[in-house]
Design a protein around this ligand. Sequence first.
Ligand code: CMP
Length: 139
Amino acid sequence: MGNKTFTMIKPDAVENGHIGAILNKIIASGFKIIAMKLTKLTKEKAEKFYQVHSERPFYGELVSFMSRGPIVVAILEKENAVEEFRKLIGSTNPAEAKEGTIRSLYATSMGENAVHGSDSDENAEIEGTFHFSDDEILS
Ligand code: CMP
């Protein structure tokens, strides 16, 4: 069980002014931010990040959504981080997300679901290093 996860505050949540509220919830839930930046994905970078979904019918929609505006990317630290963070954000589909979770509060649809959380320790490492170099990550 690892102690790091990777998150993105997606373009919908940034456009809707939820960066501060989402970060507050993350910090209040005991996660320590060890790397963070405001950035924007090019179409090519979004295609690369979501390569695992390239055969899915929603891939094109996902890539254009994720590259349409600024996002916040961050690496978070907490015991059992991947699982704890996925509990905090709730189900991919906001209609199924438990009350009080980030997606139940701030997501608008299955595609535009406000936040990303890594689904495994291995992917947390891959996704974190996709966005940050070693010297940008606090230890
Ligand atoms: P996330 O789990 O962060 O990463 C994969 C993303 O694909 C997911 O969030 C959604 O934004 C998107 N996604 C998953 N399923 C669908 C779907 N059925 N339709 C549109 N987008 C989807």
